[in-house]
Design a protein around this ligand. Structure first.
Ligand code: HEM
Length: 490
C-alpha cells in the first residue's frame, strides 16, 4: 500500500513538472531551470546564501544560461538579472514597467503607508521629502554634529570586549531617532529599540501568525512601537498648536509639509525609515572594520588620513564638514566596503506589463530580481573583483555612486534611489574617524560572513578594544585653539 501511495505521489509530481514545463515553454522566458514543483530552487539558493561563499548560485547559472536567467524561488518563477544594463533598465523603469515587490511579512510589519510600499505620485512626493531631509546641506548644517557626538558617546562607553554589530546597531538606532524626532538616547529610546528589534526579526519569517511565534511576537512588538510613536506625534501636534518652537527634524518636516497626514501615515513612514537605515548602516559599519582589520595596509593609510585631520584640531573638537570633505582615502574605503559587502545585494520587482528584453519576453506579473551583487563581484566589471582593494577607487569621483549610468549601484537608483545614501556615507566616515583615532582593536574570535536572511557576520563580530592614550590622540600637530576647539594654522 505504501509503495502504491509513493507511486501515485511520484506520478503526480511528474505531471506537475510537465504541466509547468508546457506552460513556460509557450512564453519566451530567459533560459533556466525551474527546479522542483513548489519549492523550485529555493533550497539551493538559501543554502548558498547561508554560507560564506554564495557566488556559485548565480555564477553557475550565468555560465550555463547567460546573465539573464529564470529560476523558481520562494514559491514562484523568477527572472534573475546579473547584467548591469538590464539592472539599470529595471531600476529606471520603476513605476512604469516594474513595481517594487516585497515579501508579505515585510509589507505587513512595515505598514501600508511606508515609503518602501508607496506607489505613484504619492511615492514621488514622499521620496523627495525624505531626500530633502537627508541631503548634504542638512547633514552639514546639523546632522553631522549629532552623528559625531553620538558616535563618540557610544565609543567612550564600550567595555574591553564588545560585539561590534550590536554596538553599531545601537549607534544607528540612536542616530535615526534623533534625526526623526530629536530625542537623545535614554530609557525610552532603549525600550523602543528592544521592541523594534523584535519587529525586524519578524521580517524573515512566514507571515502566518498561527505557525510562527517569531512573526506573532513581531506583530505584537509592532503594535507597541506604533503606539509609542503615535504618542510622540500627538504630543508634537499639540506643541505646534500652542506655538512651542518647531523642531528641526523629520517629524517636524512631515507636519509642516502642508499635507494633512494622519497619525497612522506618519507612524508607518517613520517606522520604515527606522528599518531602512538601521540594519544597512550598522552592517556596513561592522564590515568596514572587519575588512580593514584583514587589510592592514589599508587600515594604516586610513589611520594616517584621520590623524592628520585630528592634528588640525583639539582631540575633543567636533568634526566639521571640511574635515569630512578632506577624507579622500576614507571615501575609497567606503566605496569598496559597499561594493564587496553588498548589504542590499539585489532588489525585488514585479513586471506590470509584458516586457521584451534582450530577445526574451518577461510576462506581466512576473517576479524579477536585479542582482547588484553579481555585477559588483564580476571580474569583467571590477578587476580582482572578490578582493577588498580600496585603492581601486583612487582618483575616482565618489559622486558616481548615485549617477544614472554607473554600474556601481549599492544604493539602487531611479525613482527609488536610497534617500539615505549620503547620510550612510557620512555616518560610516565619522565612525571610521572616531574608531581609528580613539581606540585600537583586535578580533576576539574568528567570525565569518553569511548572507541569508541578511548580510552579517555569524558572531556579530566580537572585538577586544583598547582605548588609545589621550596623549597619543592629542600629541599630533601644533598651534593654538579657537573657542570651538579648532586649531588655527600656525
Ligand atoms: C549602507 C547603507 C544603506 C544601503 C546599502 C542602502 C541601500 C538601499 C537600496 C539598494 C535601496 C533601493 C531599494 C529598492 O530599489 O527596492 C534603498 C532604499 C531605501 N533606503 Fe537605503 N540604504 C542604506 C541606508 C539608508 C539610510 C541611512 C536610510 C535612512 C534615511 C535609508 C532609507 C531608505 C529608504 C526609505 C528607501 C526606500 C526608498 C523608496 O522606496 O523610495 N537607507 N536603500
Amino acid at each position: 500500500m505504501a509503495y502504491f501511495l509513493f507511486f501515485i505521489i511520484f506520478i503526480f509530481f511528474l505531471f506537475l513538472l510537465l504541466l509547468r514545463k508546457l506552460r513556460y515553454a509557450r512564453l519566451q522566458l530567459p533560459p533556466g531551470s525551474l527546479g522542483l514543483p513548489f519549492i523550485g530552487e529555493t533550497l539551493q539558493m538559501i543554502s548558498a546564501y547561508k554560507s560564506d561563499n554564495p557566488e556559485p548560485f548565480i555564477d553557475q547559472r550565468v555560465n550555463r544560461y547567460g546573465s539573464i536567467f529564470t529560476s523558481h524561488v520562494f514559491g514562484e518563477p523568477t527572472v534573475f538579472s546579473a547584467d548591469p544594463e538590464t539592472n539599470r533598465f529595471i531600476i529606471m523603469n520603476e513605476g512604469k514597467l516594474f513595481e517594487c515587490s516585497y515579501p508579505g511579512s515585510i509589507s505587513n510589519l512595515l505598514g501600508k503607508h511606508s515609503l518602501l510600499l508607496m506607489k505613484g505620485s504619492l511615492h514621488k512626493k514622499m521620496h523627495s521629502l525624505t531626500m530633502s531631509f537627508a541631503n548634504s546641506s542638512i547633514i552639514k548644517d546639523h546632522l553631522l554634529f549629532d552623528i559625531d557626538r553620538l558616535i563618540r558617546l557610544n565609543l567612550d562607553s564600550w567595555s574591553d570586549r564588545v560585539l561590534l554589530m550590536e554596538e553599531a546597531k545601537k549607534i544607528t538606532f540612536e542616530l535615526t531617532v534623533k534625526q526623526l524626532m530629536s530625542f537623545d538616547p535614554d530609557e525610552w529610546t532603549e525600550s523602543l529599540r528592544k521592541e523594534y528589534m523584535l519587529v525586524i526579526e519578524g521580517f524573515f519569517t512566514l507571515p502566518f501568525p498561527l505557525f510562527s511565534t517569531t512573526y506573532r511576537r513581531a506583530i505584537k512588538a509592532r503594535t507597541k512601537v506604533a503606539e509609542a510613536l503615535t504618542l510622540v506625534v500627538r504630543q508634537r501636534r499639540k506643541e505646534n498648536e500652542i506655538g512651542i518652537e518647531k523642531k528641526n527634524d523629520m517629524l517636524g518636516a512631515l507636519l509642516a509639509s502642508g499635507e494633512q497626514f494622519s497619525n497612522e501615515e506618519i507612524v508607518d513612514f517613520m517606522l520604515a525609515l527606522l528599518v531602512a537605515g538601521y540594519e544597512t548602516t550598522s552592517t556596513i559599519m561592522t564590515l568596514a572594520i572587519k575588512f580593514l582589520t584583514e587589510t592592514p595596509l589599508a587600515l594604516a593609510q586610513l589611520k594616517e588620513e584621520h590623524e592628520q585631520i585630528r592634528a588640525r584640531s583639539e582631540p575633543e573638537a567636533a568634526l566639521e564638514w571640511t574635515d569630512y570633505k578632506s577624507m579622500t582615502f576614507t571615501q575609497c574605503v567606503v566605496n569598496e566596503t559597499l561594493r564587496v559587502a553588498n548589504i542590499i545585494g539585489a532588489i525585488f520587482r514585479r513586471t506590470t506589463t509584458d516586457i521584451d528584453i534582450k530577445g526574451y519576453t518577461i510576462p506581466k506579473g512576473m517576479k524579477v530580481i536585479a542582482s547588484f551583487r553579481a555585477v559588483h563581484l564580476n571580474p569583467e566589471h571590477f578587476k580582482d573583483a572578490r578582493t577588498f582593494n580600496p585603492w581601486r577607487w583612487q582618483n575616482n569621483n565618489s559622486e558616481a555612486v548615485a549617477s544614472p549610468g554607473s554600474i556601481f549601484t549599492p544604493f539602487g537608483g531611479g525613482p527609488r534611489l536610497c534617500p539615505g545614501y549620503e547620510l550612510a556615507r557620512v555616518v560610516l566616515s565619522v565612525f571610521l574617524h572616531r574608531m581609528v583615532t580613539r581606540i585600537s582593536w583586535v578580533p576576539a574570535e574568528e567570525d565569518k560572513l553569511v548572507f541569508f536572511p541578511t548580510t552579517r557576520t555569524q558572531k556579530r563580530y566580537p572585538i577586544l578594544v583598547k582605548r588609545r592614550e589621550e596623549s597619543t590622540r592629542s600629541c599630533i600637530g601644533f598651534g593654538y585653539t579657537t573657542d570651538t576647539g579648532r586649531k588655527k594654522e600656525s
